[in-house]
Design a protein around this ligand. Structure first.
Ligand code: UDP
Length: 323
């Protein structure tokens, strides 16, 4: 298939692009490099540089690509930043997303796979989180993604654009060539690995008084290659659907740190700090629906394997993409 990938220079987008190229698809990457990196674009992909907010440029790029489907990764994705600057999140994630849907209508593209998030659920009533739980975001980031999910429904009803929304839990890990390099790194695993590399003195643990066995937050870390596999299965799905995507396992912050010490063989200095606003205690996915309907099953279920792949990439790219 010919696929138009917004945000194909970002962490998750770049690796999905690599895997789709390996599977024989033709890819056009649309990216404004506000978060992504030029070196993260697989050289086999075609690049259209542009911004989702420039509706005409986006429409022209989509038309030129003659794509059969869109994968929409481009977004702002930091909870904390969204609590300070909600406009940025509604502008880029909602208005930018709407431009993309308009461009799809105008070009007759009838399929979209959307990067959604477990943040659309807010603080869940129970874990694991399945698709029947109410979506009640507790920050503008989650709200912006939920609004786009809801818009997708109407573009299906009115324009026949089929969607698959994948609500990621905590994406982690790397392939040999592509990995995680955010300009401002807020994520747990890369921050721990920076300590192992000697680039940071210590890693903070945000909150040690959560109602969990060791007092730290529990997350469902999913390998980026398993996410990529879900995207490829979603491309083949004929019906619109929304799926939660995780391994179903939970790992606490302290357990992640211990696993990083084991994998790297290096001690990690920690500093205990107060809770980070907007962090629910436990987020674990129930992914039975995507397993039943698309046959998806994660291949990397151990946190050690996920961290090992990230560590191998960081050792090879100590300054990330270097830009
Ligand atoms: N976390 C932490 N120290 C850090 C970064 C994150 O203790 O330097 C915690 C964070 O509070 C959360 C978990 O690790 O409970 C995962 O955070 P991350 O930012 O990686 O992903 P999120 O769950 O926010 O998408």
């Amino acid at each position: 298939m010919r696929i138009f990938v917004t945000g194909g220079a970002g962490y998750i987008g770049s690796i999905c692009v690599e895997q789709m190229l390996n599977a024989g698809h033709q890819i056009t990457v649309f990216d404004n490099f506000s978060e992504g990196h030029r070196a993260a674009i697989d050289p086999r992909a075609w690049l259209e540089e542009g911004d989702l907010l420039d509706a005409q440029r986006l429409k022209d790029a989509l038309a030129a690509s003659q794509s059969d489907a869109v994968m929409h990764f481009a977004a702002n994705a930091l909870v904390g930043e969204s609590m300070v600057n909600p406009t940025k999140y509604f502008r880029n994630n909602v208005t930018g997303g709407m431009h993309l849907l308009e461009a799809m209508v105008s070009c007759g593209v009838k399929k979209i796979v959307f990067s959604s998030t477990c943040a659309t659920f807010g603080t869940p009533e129970r874990v694991p989180i399945d698709e029947t739980l109410p979506q009640k975001p507790i920050n503008p980031y989650g709200e912006s993604k939920l609004i786009f999910e809801q818009m997708l429904r109407w573009y299906d009803v009115i324009h026949g654009i089929k969607h698959v929304a994948l609500r990621y839990f905590n994406a982690a890990g790397a392939t040999e060539r592509f990995g995680e390099d955010h300009r401002i790194e807020t994520h747990l695993i890369p921050n721990i690995l920076k300590v192992a590399l000697g680039q940071k003195e210590s890693v903070s643990i945000f909150g040690t008084d959560y109602p969990t066995p060791d007092g730290t937050c529990i997350r469902d870390y999913i390998h980026i290659l398993d996410l990529a596999q879900a995207h490829m299965l979603a491309l083949g799905s004929k019906e619109s659907a929304k799926y939660n995507l995780g391994t179903g396992g939970g790992t606490s912050v302290r357990e992640v740190i211990a696993a990083c010490e084991k994998v790297t063989g290096r001690p990690i200095r920690v500093v205990e700090e107060p809770r980070r606003p907007g962090d629910p205690a436990r987020l674990i996915a129930a992914s039975d629906r995507i397993h039943a309907e698309l046959g998806w099953k994660p291949q990397f279920e151990s946190i050690d394997a996920i961290i090992s792949s990230a560590w191998a990439w960081h050792l090879k790219h100590p300054t990330g993409y270097g830009d």
